[in-house]
Design a protein around this ligand. Sequence first.
Ligand code: TXA
Ligand code: MG
Length: 370
Amino acid sequence: MNVFRSGVPRVLLTRYLHVNPKKPAVEVIRLAAQVLQRGGLVAFPTETVYGLGASALNASAVQKIFAAKGRPADNPLIIHVARKGEVELLARVPVIADRLMDYFWPGPLTLVLPARPVVPPEVTGGLDTVAVRQPAHPVALALLRAARLPVAAPSANRSGRPSPTTGRHVLQDLHGIVDIILEAGPCAVGVESTVLDLTGEVPAILRPGGISREQLDAVLGGVVVDAGMLGPAEAPRSPGQKYRHYAPRGVMYLVEGEPPELAGRLGELVRQARRQGRKVALLISEETAGFYAGREPEPSIMEILGSRQDLSQVASSLYAALLACDSRGADVIYAETFPEEGLGLAIMNRLLKAAGYRIQRSEAGGQRPE
Ligand code: TXA
Ligand code: MG
């Protein structure tokens, strides 16, 4: 089946192939690797989100990624490698980068390094730096090893949409546009990698993600967080941070507060929305859901993200919850906020962007104007 989208190059057939997440079948991996070698597009699972991969050193293959996603050309891509040793071919590797790779790779940490000329400008968005990471998912690693290529891969969603955390999410966004989708079930981390820039005077987090600021601090003894990260940025150093992102189709608001009183305020907001005939969704923690239980009226959609005591649950269910709001037609979405510690920094960065920075504060009358 083909999905019509004007301006987007289409392939005749998207192959949607299930693979065992721990032990992917050799034939399927070989097939996907051949597609990459021939300049095609393969969506594959990583431990963070699904990636949309193409051969990183093949400029025309990389251009297909931008066309498939509808991504602005100045937003650079991350190159995925099978092993640390490959990075030397793509970038200059300072001692500190080497150390961080030993600590955190394979894993959700992307390093921005000075690029070597072999990296095409399509990948770097014309910058003189390049972002690299070794993903931790067995399917991603098997594919990278079989392809024997560095693979450029953004998240496998149409630009601006929530990132996919299952192959089915990719199918919904990119059916008929990519050659192969490898389905290996849900991603463990659920938010993207942390992007750490090592080309400035001090290491700087350009995008918070699966490796926390605290974990980096423990190794580096000092890391700064790019100012563009928790507010609408003036001039973020990571080009991707300036675009509207992770957004569901309904209007979304973050609602501050602690579970007991938050449940009461959410109840009032649900009542108002229902009265206006709007389909309302709540994205809340287990704790808040506990206090909401039995309250009338019920929201049309309630997505329980996980416990406030274990933010890894919240991270791993976040994008699926945003996408569920879309598939179930939510007009308005109210989401709980989380402490900006550990994974909470990445969770809040994504929630704020998804909500277009609309927050309803907990103090009486403290609502931020839209
Ligand atoms: O977890 C992840 O990182 C996923 C999986 C598939 O690996 N990939 C991902 O890619 O999130 P993408 O393209 O959606 O986000 C890459 C981010 C963007 O914000 C981009 O601007 C930034 O990394 N980036 C890439 N290269 C850069 C560079 N040379 N300098 C600064 N930022 C860069
Ligand atoms: Mg993305």
